[in-house]
Design a protein around this ligand. Structure first.
Ligand code: IMP
Length: 438
């Protein structure tokens, strides 16, 4: 049962797209279990920069079946734009994509509500893609699922119920109510184009797993944005961690053979909320420019800071991470010395993990390490890295108690060193916790 999951270990934007793109070369199926078009996975292929918001990064590998799971919320226009873009690159085979009939649809009123709230004083800095309101309609039992698009006779009542629910809020804000007939018309055109992709993803995945096919599960966002494990309320509205896999894919709870956590060699965050290791100027801007730290979905500048190990410890524990992929190590070139936040001080105590609610009151405890000045882009083996870069990685591994098995050293898809086929050792449970470092 070679099932490998890739999970964000920070506040999203860790470079999961690049890791999945490498791993997906060896996969038969690549599936996403949560989130929607709030995600933005950037891939650099030659001169091309490809940004995917809904399709898993594995979509670029033609041998892989790609699955959008039932835990996702899907903006049909965004999905169609991605399918068209991939089609223009060289033909997109219809039988490659399965969109779960149970995934929820992001409707125009979700986007309107998200934007409306972001104008208010309690703005969270969302991506304004309608994600929160779509998940609210899901748990409020008035959502529209992808499969409902194909059953117009039931659709009108669902849409009426959702509009009726949100009417007071929209009216109070002086926002126009969605025009039910216009929404129904859009649903009909989505059904026509997306209908052939909508299917029973739950069975497909169960069969793939039972048949020992190589299944890669692609996380979106990161653990600190998980609705339960993250820095609530500054989180997204989904279970983005590994715990969301079974419900988000409609499969029986399983322990993937390997769960790889992805983190940058430093920390970034977009949107509001506390970030203990955030850097002051001018260092913050320096990191932002060196790393191109602008949102792939919204273009917003990302907040930048030193690597926060307590956050990674949380990710290890709640996701059961086996190993780490550390991306963008090259961005730290020239920053000397480097600092690593190894713990927090809070209320006279030393904390190894983020506290329940006081992330804005903790003081980072830093360790200082020497930096390096050599460019890393050409390094393909650990022993080609400068000694200080090796030491930095080693120290991360020691502090999180997990091996670092993949390291990103540049923007191109192959600018990496380490294990790029996670399936080879996926069945050897004994290597999970100890071996397999670079
Ligand atoms: P929402 O998911 O658009 O509702 O946004 C909720 C919070 O999650 C905001 O702070 C967003 O900036 C953040 N967020 C959502 N998706 C991503 C992502 O893919 N990368 C980084 N932050 C994200």
């Amino acid at each position: 049962m070679p099932v490998v999951a890739v999970v964000g270990a920070q506040w999203g934007d860790e470079g999961k797209g690049k890791v999945v793109d490498l791993y997906a070369r060896h996969a038969d199926v690549v599936a996403r279990w949560s989130g929607g078009a709030n995600a933005g996975h950037t891939l650099v292929v030659g001169d091309e920069r490809i940004v995917l918001h809904l399709l898993p990064s594995g979509a670029l590998h033609p041998q892989a079946t790609i699955v959008l799971g039932q835990g996702m919320v899907i903006d049909p226009d965004a999905l169609l734009a991605e399918i068209d873009a991939l089609d223009a690159r060289g033909g997109f085979r219809l039988d490659r994509l399965v969109v779960s009939e149970r995934a929820h649809v992001v409707l125009p009123h979700h986007v309107a509500l998200d934007r409306l709230r972001e104008r208010g004083t309690s703005a969270l800095g969302t991506t304004r893609r309608g994600i929160g309101p779509a998940y609210e309609d899901r748990v409020g039992r008035r959502g529209v699922r992808m499969g409902d698009l194909l059953r117009p006779e039931r659709l009108a009542a669902r849409i009426d119920a959702a509009i009726a629910w949100w009417r007071p809020m929209l009216e109070a804000a002086g926002e126009p109510l969605p025009d039910r007939d216009a929404v129904l018309e859009r649903c009909a055109s989505w059904a026509k184009r997306l209908g052939p992709y909508v299917g029973d993803a739950s069975h497909l995945l169960a069969e793939a797993i039972a048949a020992d096919r190589r299944v890669l599960l692609e996380g979106a966002q990161g653990t600190m944005l998980d609705v339960d494990a993250g820095s609530y309320p500054y989180v997204t509205s989904a279970s983005v961690g590994a715990a969301g896999i079974p419900t988000g894919l409609g499969i029986a709870p399983l322990r993937p053979d390997r769960i790889v956590g992805v983190c940058k060699a430093y920390t970034t965050r977009v949107g509001a909320g506390p970030m203990p290791t955030e850097l002051d100027e001018p260092l913050g801007s320096r990191l932002r420019e060196a790393g191109g730290e602008y949102g792939a979905t919204t273009g917003r500048p990302r907040r930048c800071g030193w690597l926060d190990v307590p956050v990674l410890r949380r990710a290890v524990r709640v996701n059961g991470l086996d190993a780490f992929a550390v991306t963008k190590l090259d961005v730290l070139t020239g920053l000397d010395p480097l600092r690593l936040c190894v713990a927090y001080e809070w209320d006279g105590q030393r904390l190894e993990e983020p506290p329940f609610d006081d992330l804005d009151r903790v003081r980072p405890v830093y360790e200082t390490l020497p930096g390096w000045h050599e460019p890393l882009g050409a390094c393909r083996r650990l022993d080609e890295l400068p000694a200080a870069a090796r030491r930095y990685l080693e120290r991360i591994g020691e502090l999180v108690g997990r091996p670092v098995t993949l390291v990103g050293v540049g923007a191109e898809r192959d600018d990496v060193l380490g294990t790029t086929d996670p399936f080879t050792s996926a069945n050897r449970a004994s290597t999970r916790r100890s071996g397999d470092a670079l």
